[in-house]
Design a protein around this ligand. Structure first.
Ligand code: TRP
Length: 449
């Protein structure tokens, strides 16, 4: 049963893998559109605060538990308590995380498939293959199924190769390119006429919205989703971190990098939308709300790229490559969660576990594709607004209440010998015990009222 566990080869490798997981469609698409439909800078402001006061401490809980246990979420949470009943709850939370993340993967792969399809469409445009390009950009169940399928194949290919030769290697290759493409696109879009109006929309706060429960819930959901929390992803990545690393520091770096990509993406998407508007492209829907969901990426932006002439094809290619890269380094971290459990706990070979679980998730995707109107939004909301924060609540309870405080300290001390005298140890333990669970509960209660 005890196969040799993977480990990231260096701090850089871990940072690329963990930010690769965190930075995804949630940052480049979810965040800007959430901000646009929730009072611009009011959302940005709430999000940044929540990222530090809630998401960072929750991220630390997962990283620390993971590195301590050197195991998947089910075994790690089970092992934190000596009471059989509590251990069973821990295993249950681990399982619920596994199911949640598999469902997240199943809708994520559909959107990612669109990104691939649009990327190929811009290649077809370059080759002047008009009918191919039209097929690729026309929504349809066949296209969706084919490209979600291709996206699964890429994900499976990387995860099969393991922690170091798959996840770390590909994240380290892809993440630097992601940053580069993002910066180039921002600089370009900001030079276009009309971009400043979008900047204003993004950066001037509508403070009447700050106390809106829906805004706070969206910002919390966004923060949890963006840092890949609550489902054991960061726990499993933490379990692959060497005992020499200073966990509070590298967790902080991941949070800051993740947030900065979200904030940067806002500088790209919102100005791009106002440029589109200036060019006569509709950016508000019939109710007067900014077009935010899938239509933003699959109709507003492509319409804008089309108007840019031949140069627009390259911009489109860069943009959809950016999206595909961001998606892929995230999806591999999702698939790794159930895979690590089946490999470590059930003694299944990695290859077999990856293929079986990949096919399972792909089947759920197909079900959603063929019942899109019925299932898509429902699965997204169930997993990201309900399951993730709820499971995050349990992770905080396990780190704060169930786990023995001395064992916790001993774990953080590895790689950070003088942690006891630092700020982190003075604040975080009571914080994860009281404040994090209370914030999550408060947001839920507010929502029910
Ligand atoms: N954080 C990624 C994004 O912003 C998505 C992601 C990766 C994720 N792993 C996860 C979301 C686990 C929830 C749970 O797009």
């Amino acid at each position: 049963m005890s196969t040799a566990r993977g480990e990231f080869s260096s701090r850089f490798g871990f940072l690329m893998a963990a930010t690769g997981s965190a930075v995804g469609l949630g940052n480049i698409w979810g965040f800007p559109t959430n901000a646009a439909s929730n009072g611009g800078a009011a959302f940005l402001f709430t999000y940044i605060i929540l990222a530090f006061v809630l998401a960072y401490p929750a991220l630390m809980a997962e990283l620390i538990i993971g590195r301590h246990a050197k195991a998947n979420a089910v075994n790690a949470l089970r092992g934190l308590s000596t009471s059989p009943a509590i251990a069973r709850v821990g295993a249950g939370v681990g399982f619920a995380g596994m199911i949640t993340v598999t469902l997240i993967l199943s809708f994520y792969a559909i959107i990612s498939g669109w990104m691939l399809a649009y990327m190929f469409a811009s290649m077809a445009d370059i080759a002047r293959l008009e009918s191919a390009s039209n097929w690729l950009t026309q929504s349809g169940t066949t296209r969706d199924a084919v490209f979600a399928g291709i996206f699964y194949l890429l994900t499976i290919y990387i995860v099969v190769a393991g922690v170091r030769n798959g996840i770390e290697k590909w994240s380290s290759r892809l993440m630097p390119s992601l940053y580069l493409i993002l910066i180039i696109l921002i600089v370009y879009v900001l030079t276009l006429d009309g971009a400043m109006e979008g900047l204003r929309m993004y950066l001037v706060p509508d403070f009447s919205r700050v106390a809106d429960p829906q805004l706070i819930l969206s910002a919390m959901g966004q923060a949890f989703f963006s840092l890949s929390l609550g489902v054991g992803t960061m726990l499993i990545y933490g379990s692959y971190v060497s005992k020499q690393e200073n966990l509070p520091a590298i967790g902080g770096m991941v949070t800051v990098m993740d947030m900065s990509v979200a904030v940067l993406a806002g500088l790209l998407i919102l100005p791009a939308m106002s440029v589109a508007q200036l060019n006569g492209i509709q950016i508000y829907d019939d109710q007067g709300a900014l077009i935010a969901g899938p239509a933003l990426i699959t109709s507003v932006l492509p319409a804008l790229f089309d108007q840019m002439g031949d140069g627009g094809i390259l911009v489109a290619l860069a943009f959809f490559a950016l999206m595909s890269i961001a998606a892929l380094t995230s999806s591999i971290s999702m698939l790794e969660v159930p895979v690590s459990y089946f490999v470590e706990d059930q003694g299944v070979s990695r290859r077999k576990a990856v293929i079986l679980l990949g096919v399972l998730a792909a089947s759920v995707s197909m079900l959603i594709i063929w019942n899109f109107g019925l299932l898509f939004d429902w699965v997204v909301r169930l997993t990201t607004e309900f399951s993730q924060p709820l499971l995050g609540f349990f992770f905080a309870i396990f780190a704060g209440w169930v786990w023995n405080r001395n064992a916790l300290l001993a774990e953080i001390k590895q790689g950070h010998a003088d942690v006891e005298s630092g700020l982190f140890w003075r604040i975080w333990p009571w914080y994860i015990k009281f404040v994090c669970p209370l914030i999550i509960l408060a947001v839920y209660i507010q929502l029910i009222i």
